[in-house]
Design a binder for this molecule. Structure first.
Ligand code: NDP
Length: 284
């Protein structure tokens, strides 16, 4: 048998994409495991996804991540979807199984793992989610599928908020409530897990936090943020000041990357090495 000089190719399609740090974490994982995989950060403009997906097939790439603006559009180029991806209606990772393209959404799974790592489970709990965009959709569906008793959606844009509420009611067993975002939102008593799934607080806007009544957060609330590029966001600082347990967005990012790693390579992801690589990248 001759030597194999061919690397397995994975990566990400998105636009803008230049500042996406995922490759740092995945490449660190491949190196640690001695896997001949390459993660390539690829700019694919809106409207060019069809050609890019054809390219993926032509080059026998093992898989791809999708980010803005391709997570929904990619569905029409796939052969199969996971249950969660089908409900969420968006895909952030594709696996190429000998020409058959399978799509999954691992954002919400990464979120659930970061909860679990902190000793928290949504089962039987009330979960309040700020936002109704892609991250909120993935998180709310996974929490509902993991047995959350009630999901409360809070969103500024009523149409988007209501669409997520309708989807959760139709496709999951959880009880669902919608609160339109007007003024400082009160966190209802009995809310176990509060999630910031908006983009408020995202770097460089680290001086902003979602408009809620922070005095309604108690020591019994677990407060989590999807923002990862300021792991000590103002939102989490305000929650910690009320005695709440807090979980930042780094765990979600690393854990979804770890699930993707396993889907592509079939190997367990070296979580610590991937986390360290990201932290170094963020100067933490
Ligand atoms: P979307 O653009 O799909 O959704 C953005 C959401 O934020 C919408 O619900 C929007 O509300 C809300 N929002 C934006 N600005 C405000 C504001 N000033 N006040 C209240 N609500 C606001 O983005 P995504 O869901 O894809 O991403 C959201 C965040 O999650 C990003 O910061 C992203 O980096 C992060 N993320 C983190 C991941 C991780 O692994 N840690 C994974 C995926 C995403 P409206 O509908 O009213 O406009």
């Amino acid at each position: 048998m001759g030597k194999n000089y061919r690397s397995e190719l994975v990566g990400v399609f998105g636009c803008p994409i230049d500042e996406n740090p995922t490759g740092v974490m995945e490449e660190a994982g491949f190196a640690a495991k001695g896997l001949d995989f390459r993660y390539i950060t690829i700019k694919v403009n809106e409207g060019d996804l069809g050609a890019a997906m054809q390219g993926l097939r032509a080059m026998n790439m093992r898989g791809i991540n999708l980010t803005i603006p391709h997570k929904v559009e990619v569905l029409k180029y796939l052969d199969e979807l996971s249950e969660a991806a089908e409900i969420i209606g968006a895909v952030n990772v594709v696996v190429n199984n000998a020409g058959k393209l399978w799509g999954e959404n691992t954002d919400g799974k990464g979120f659930l793992t970061s909860l679990k790592d902190a000793g928290v489970s949504p089962q039987g709990k009330t979960v309040m989610i700020l936002g109704a965009g892609g991250a909120a959709r993935a998180i709310s569906v996974e929490c509902a599928l993991a047995g959350a008793e009630k999901i409360i959606i809070v969103n500024r844009n009523t149409q988007r908020g209501q669409a997520l509420v309708d989807l959760l009611k139709e496709k999951t067993p959880a009880a669902v409530e919608y609160i339109p975002w007007q003024g400082a939102i009160v966190v209802p008593q009995g809310t176990h897990i509060l999630v910031n799934a908006t983009s408020v607080g995202l770097f460089p806007n680290v001086d902003q936090k979602p408009e809620i009544d922070y005095d309604t957060i108690t020591a019994d609330t677990v407060v989590t943020d999807v923002i990862f590029n300021d792991p000590n966001s103002l939102f989490l600082q305000a929650a910690a000041a009320r005695g709440a347990q807090t979980i930042n967005g780094l765990g979600m990012l690393v854990n979804q990357g770890a699930v993707n790693f396993t889907l592509w390579t079939g190997e367990e992801a070296p979580l610590e090495i991937m986390t360290e690589a990201l932290k170094r990248e963020f100067g933490l």
